[in-house]
Design a protein around this ligand. Structure first.
Ligand code: CA
Length: 518
């Protein structure tokens, strides 16, 4: 687990870009008014930890600059040394989608990293699992109670007989019936359910439990001719086929499960190149440290993984929307840049339907953590994507089919994003948090990275890696990036378990359903 460190009490701040006219205070308790920094600045307010201090007098209407970009305009004079609060700023308008730079500044490929491997489970369709899990998916919420009961018994009575299988997981969700299944956007939840069953960590051996009369039919979830699922053995049970009630349902599900458990138990880990890793990245409970410690470390590690040939996904449309011009320019070609624009446009219209806009993203916790608005949050969020070219774009629920850096379009909601990244095929997840969350998923290991050391110290049995060491100068971004890179490979190999895995902290599968419910 991560090394915890002590803080010194001298006032410290971080300034990221030479043009920035604010800096972020890093001391645990913040700093009182009248604090003199070694750099000469004297504060005129109490500044809480991870909040911004103004480095110059900014007149009314003047720009507040962080990451070298404008994050807001002063509504009144903000004096040098004062606390820059969200209510003092008006937010810049979102960048227009019409005239974005498309593939104008594509980073050159960095030198390949050879020889890095992990121990994984090879699947028939060419993907590699980092865990060996029996997944039992569902076509409708009606079956959840019965399936949960069956899974409890499978865990207690069958799983101990098959020690090479890590777990059995019910993929329960609220879709499948009482929904407008032919609506324009219904393809999103449907393909998500279908692709979840194809996640590499389920080894192509997922089962389907159906009720029988629902709108979403089992054949839409699994169908002949798909090489990524095994349909040679029985793979489906419909509860309405039971002629002897609940007891028979449980018996039938357990029987199906045992056939699969026997097969999964035969599997062994083998050495595979690091290029087989499909990492999904996201953040939740962000603060102003996210963009200076944890996310840059993830960005460095992403670049390393990409040099090793892996697939790295970043997501969260509302958290990239305001910085989209910095991404479209990095797209490998104009088509990929246009796909990025297409996903932003789709989401703009989706939000407009609900008469919401991007400002709905930031939470009270974000603001308490020093993030003034979504512009500032976005700039800190996209740092996760590192400095490589963007090689592909996935729509929500779509499965990844190529290696490289991929933008997987999802809402920023932790559970919806995690679910869609699982559907995309992620076999390892990394999650950065500033305010703290015990988030975890059943189908893939989740590495949790704290933005601050104070959080890692308070939650030593929930946070896997402390990136706050970057703020205190105990580790560089580069050092932490390499540490994460090795940590990913160890977790992927099953040599290390994350805390969420250890305690089985599993958030629900949460489908993104932008279509009507009937
Ligand atoms: Ca999130």
């Amino acid at each position: 687990m991560s090394q915890l460190i002590e803080h010194s009490d001298s006032p410290r701040f971080i300034r990221l870009h030479p043009q920035d006219n604010v800096m972020v205070v890093v001391n645990d308790q913040g700093v009182p008014a009248g604090t003199a920094f070694a750099e000469g600045l004297v504060t005129v307010d109490h500044i809480p930890q991870s909040h911004k201090v103004c480095l110059e007098d900014v007149p009314e209407g003047g720009r507040i600059i962080r990451y070298g970009q404008t994050i807001g305009y002063a509504k009144q004079l903000i004096p040098c040394g004062s606390w820059v609060r969200e209510d003092q700023l008006s937010m810049p308008t979102a960048p227009e989608l019409a005239n974005l730079p498309l593939s104008t500044d594509v980073p050159e490929a960095q030198e390949p990293l050879e020889g890095y491997t992990f121990e994984g489970y090879r699947n028939a369709d060419g993907t590699v699992g980092t865990r060996n899990i029996l997944g039992i998916t569902t076509t409708v919420q009606c079956v959840t109670g019965v399936l949960d009961h069956a899974v409890k018994r499978i865990r207690e009575e069958l799983l101990p007989k098959y020690p090479n299988v890590d777990d059995v997981v019910a993929l329960t969700h609220s879709y499948g019936c009482g929904v407008a299944i032919t609506a324009t956007d219904a393809y999103i939840p449907i393909r998500t359910v279908r692709n979840l069953a194809r996640n590499p960590n389920l080894g192509g051996e997922a089962l389907v439990i159906s009720l029988g009369c629902e709108k979403l039919q089992a054949e839409q979830v699994m169908h002949q001719g798909d090489s990524s699922v095994d349909l040679t053995d029985p793979w489906l049970y419909r509860l309405q086929d039971s002629s002897h009630g609940f007891a028979e349902m449980i018996e039938q599900i357990m029987e199906l499960a045992e056939v699969r458990l026997r097969k999964l138990d035969q599997r062994r880990r083998e050495t595979v190149p690091a290029s087989e890793l499909i990492l999904g990245m996201q953040c939740g409970g962000s603060d102003a440290f996210s963009g200076i410690t944890a996310n840059p470390a993830l960005g460095y590690a992403s670049d390393l993984l990409l040099r090793a040939g892996a697939t790295v996904m970043f997501s969260e449309v509302t958290e990239v929307r305001d910085a989209i011009y910095l991404l479209t320019s990095r797209a490998e070609n104009k088509e990929i840049a246009s796909e990025l624009v297409r996903e932003m446009d789709w989401y703009d219209r989706y939000l407009a339907k609900g008469e919401a806009d991007r400002s709905a993203n930031t939470t009270p916790g974000n603001k308490k953590g020093g993030l003034s608005n979504i512009v500032e949050k976005s700039l800190g969020s996209i740092v996760k994507s590192g400095n490589s070219a963007i090689n592909g774009v996935l729509g929500p629920g779509e499965r990844v089919t190529r290696k490289g850096l991929i933008f997987c379009a999802t809402p920023a909601s932790d559970f919806v994003c995690g679910t869609l990244q699982l559907a995309a095929g992620m076999n390892l997840h990394v999650f950065t948090t500033g305010r703290g969350t015990p988030y975890g998923l059943a189908m893939a290991p989740v590495v949790k990275v704290s933005t601050r050391t104070e959080l890692a110290q308070r939650w030593p049995d929930l946070i896997d890696v402390d990136a706050g060491r970057i703020a205190t100068g105990r580790a560089s971004i580069e050092e932490l990036g390499w540490e994460l890179f090795h940590y990913y490979l160890d977790v992927a190999s099953g040599k290390k378990k994350t805390w969420a895995e250890h305690y089985k902290l599993h958030n629900d599968i949460t489908l993104f359903n932008p279509a009507p419910i009937t």
